[in-house]
Ligand binder design. Structure first.
Ligand SMILES: [Zn+2]
Ligand SMILES: [Zn+2]
Length: 395
């Protein structure tokens, strides 16, 4: 089959790779209809997540049709249209049984790599390096889906492909940011990042009863989309004193919940000493979220791409009594509910699919996604059909 691979030259190219096969009884093979870019991939492409090897297939947000099922798969039949959660969890370990599939003990093909990086193995993810799963990604004609009964969900007939696609990753991540960030009715919530995850965090906060939701970003096109599609207010950080504005919007206290959904990597080392030690600073958005948050509030970190950083404002966390949390998305916990909301038209996500490309042009899709974030929110690849190039979905 054809797939978008990482090459030895550190670039992306569509290559012929072996078709995936069932390896375990709980596996199934999905024929991909849609597969989207994600900000996480940009950290990989910038070389900040070691462990990608030439020939590895990228992509983790996808939807498709069931082509083949293993003998132990109960919930899916050949021909079902399914959305597959980007993270891979077993559904049976100590963590999965406690509703924390993002912490799954059995989700990774190389648990030792996760242990070396984070102290513990964590759930896997399609199209990521070994520490984060080591499963072939979805920018391909076909994907092997392990633990199919746990990670794949039948899409209600009334929900279109471009909407259901985001139940794979962006919507559960965004929902989790608002949910585990402990958004309560009446809260003021600030979200850094107006990309797909940031917008869906904002929408989730609204649906959970937040009184005001404010999205902060530097890209006017994304901010406009956030206003139009999530009902949030927006702040353009290029022209605004963000901390002062947020305080003004929240009765002088600061937002109750601050969610960092910027994605991408840590800042480059600044000083000569930092360059020698390879030390990177915590992303600006994270530091700003900690400073903006009201005393006793919660800061939720959705971006794991920064890996290890310094210059994290520990003092502010202590003196203001903040709760700082983070998580990889707990897909299974949210995806069925999100699909229900999509079917009820309460949650609309198709506007996030700003550009469509046939798989052959996937590398161009990434370039657009990386270099024109204002214009391209998510490039969506269609390995089995070729809608006219760069179509914008109708409103
Ligand atoms: Zn992602
Ligand atoms: Zn598990």
């Amino acid at each position: 089959m054809r797939a978008l691979c990482w090459t030895s030259g550190g670039e992306l190219a569509v290559r012929q790779v072996p078709d995936p096969e069932l390896r375990n009884d709980q596996d199934m093979i999905v024929r991909v209809r849609r597969s989207a870019t994600c900000g996480d991939d940009l950290s990989l492409l910038a070389g900040r997540a070691p462990g990608l090897s030439p020939g590895d297939v990228l992509g983790h947000e996808f939807l498709g049709d069931v082509l083949e099922v293993g003998p132990a798969v109960r919930r899916h039949r050949v021909g079902d249209r399914v959305v597959v959660c980007a993270s891979v969890a077993c559904g049976a370990c100590w963590y999965c049984r406690r509703g924390l599939p993002g912490c799954c003990d059995n989700g990774s093909t190389e648990p030792a790599a996760g242990e070396a990086e984070w102290g513990h193995p964590v759930a896997g993810c399609f199209g990521q390096p070994r520490a984060a799963g080591g499963f072939a990604g979805s920018h391909a004609e076909y994907v092997r889906v392990p633990y199919a009964d746990v990670g794949a969900f039948t899409v209600p007939e009334s929900v279109g492909d471009d909407r259901a696609l985001f139940a794979s990753d962006a919507a559960p991540a965004g929902w989790m940011g608002a949910d585990l960030g402990a958004v309560r009715p009446g809260d003021v919530v600030a979200v850094w990042g107006a990309g797909a995850v940031g917008q869906l965090t904002a929408r989730a906060a609204g649906l959970l009863g937040a009184d005001r939701v404010v999205v902060v970003d530097r890209h006017p096109g994304r901010l406009l989309m956030a206003r139009q599609h999530t009902g949030a207010e927006t702040l353009d950080l290029r022209h605004t004193d963000v901390l002062a504005e947020l305080r003004e919007l929240s009765g002088g206290r600061g937002p109750d919940v601050c969610v960092e959904a910027v994605g991408g990597a840590a800042e480059e080392p600044r000083s000569l000493a930092d360059r020698f030690t390879g030390r990177r600073r915590a992303p600006e958005a994270l530091r700003e979220a900690v400073h903006a948050c009201r005393k006793g509030g919660t800061v939720f970190v959705l971006n794991g791409g920064a890996r290890v950083v310094d210059a994290f404002p520990t003092g502010a966390v202590v003196h203001k009594g903040l709760t700082v949390r983070g998580a990889r998305q707990h897909g299974r916990r949210y995806v069925p509910m999100l699909l229900d909301r999509m079917a009820r038209d309460e949650l609309r996500t198709e506007h996030l699919a700003t550009h469509h490309f046939p798989l052959e042009r996937a590398a161009q899709g990434y370039a657009l996604f990386r270099d024109h974030p204002d214009d391209c929110l998510r490039a969506v690849f269609t390995p089995h059909e070729s809608p006219s190039i760069d179509v914008r979905p109708g409103e």
